[in-house]
Design a protein around this ligand. Structure first.
Ligand SMILES: [Zn+2]
Length: 134
């Protein structure tokens, strides 16, 4: 993948709603993207940015659409790697989503295509749209 396409992938989350739409790429430090979250002054890695954005802006479960008010992550609200880390998935913004504890435990280390095929197709389309934009 070309460098410009990689940058597009980490610039913003393919899910264009709270809290992902409050996260923006700031710059790169030692080759890793750093993000800013609306309402927070820090420079954050992707994983931390999703957690902080959820604490400030709330969001909903990527899998079952359950809505949550702003709060800290806990066993009830978690981050999930769409492509499991145990299977080589990276800690980059488009690979991290919010999941309620029930969905996260149920998905476990399954690839998204096995857990929820319809959501996998929607998500892949959003990623493609992001690559084609601009
Ligand atoms: Zn859920």
């Amino acid at each position: 993948m070309a460098k410009r396409e990689r940058k597009k992938l980490v610039e913003k989350h393919p899910v264009s709603e709270e809290p992902y739409n409050r996260i923006a790429l700031h710059d790169y430090l030692h080759g890793k993207p750093r993000y800013r979250v609306e309402g927070d002054a820090r420079y954050l890695c992707a994983k931390r940015a999703v957690a902080v954005a959820f604490e400030i802006h709330g969001g909903r479960c990527f899998y079952c659409d359950k809505v949550a008010k702003p709060q800290k992550l806990s066993q009830h609200w978690t981050r999930d790697h769409i492509w499991p880390v145990s299977d080589g998935g990276a800690d980059i913004l488009p690979n991290i989503v919010l999941a309620c504890g029930t969905c996260n435990r149920s998905k476990a280390a399954k690839p998204l295509t096995q857990f929820d095929e319809a959501r996998a197709i929607t998500f892949a389309s959003a990623l493609l749209g992001q690559l084609r934009a601009k």
